[in-house]
Design a protein around this ligand. Sequence first.
Ligand code: AKB
Length: 318
Amino acid sequence: MKKVLITGSLGQIGSELTERLRKDLGVKNVISTDIRTIEGSPVVENGQFEELDVTNYDQFLDIAKRYEVDTVIHLAALLSATAEKRPAFAWNLNMTGLMNALEVAREIGPETKFFAPSSIAAYGPDAEPDNTPQDTVMHPTTMYGVTKVSGELLENYYHTKYGVDTRSVRFPGLISYKVEPGGGTTDYAVDIYYEALKNKSYTSFIEKGTYMDMMYMDDAIEGIVKLMNADASRLEHRNSFNITAMSFEPEQIAASIRRRIPDFKLSYDVDPARQGIANSWPNSIDDSDARKEWDFSPSFDLDKMTDEMLERLSAKFK
Ligand code: AKB
């Protein structure tokens, strides 16, 4: 991984990955792209940035060739709740975008390194809900999940057929303070920290007792970097590794917040659409293969993440 093209760079993961890779590889070796420009964003202002619509293959290939990249990190995608509202659009963006990214990787060099995330959404309601194994039935019932499981298969295909060095993880809900996520089912676990600081209360659209896997963004970024630098000979799996840092339900994150804001109140106004999506996902996944094959080891648990989120957000609001 020497010169990297990142798609979806202005998103929740992309903005933090851009910052990290600029530090690791040098500003000249990171080409951040997104469908739009946001004036004033550090991603746009502090390094190389190009507008790119990932469904436009020619534009995608032109940027990859012009900068002579050896790695493609493809993050542009629609998340679960939005994808459920606009399934045809989601299929086109998530699958045409991924297919173009893989074709660009194949075209620029046979051993191009490639990363595109999958998600806990790749599982469906018939998978074991607790400690869901890495390798088991995958019958997602959401459009987002359908694109994720199809994406995993496509990435394996490009690896075995063309030798593209594809690697991937199934991300849980990601929690961060720099850029807010948009259109996900796990977003409640980010919103809750904003509202705790602003109003000392939060109304959750996810029902009490609903467990989902989660992870603090620092661990997610570290995970991507570690997997991309992992020795290929150790990887028995590729697309895609389960990774998780914690599994909790709304009452538990509320209790964690109350350690710092004792009068914090949690109430519920459940959104049937997003609750239905959450119900179709695992409660907790087994990530022992990632730990064994490339030493994945997250460092944030729920309380440590809560402390960090509340501290960072209070500084941001000042
Ligand atoms: C979502 O909620 O859609 C995402 C995910 C778990 O992939 N955060």
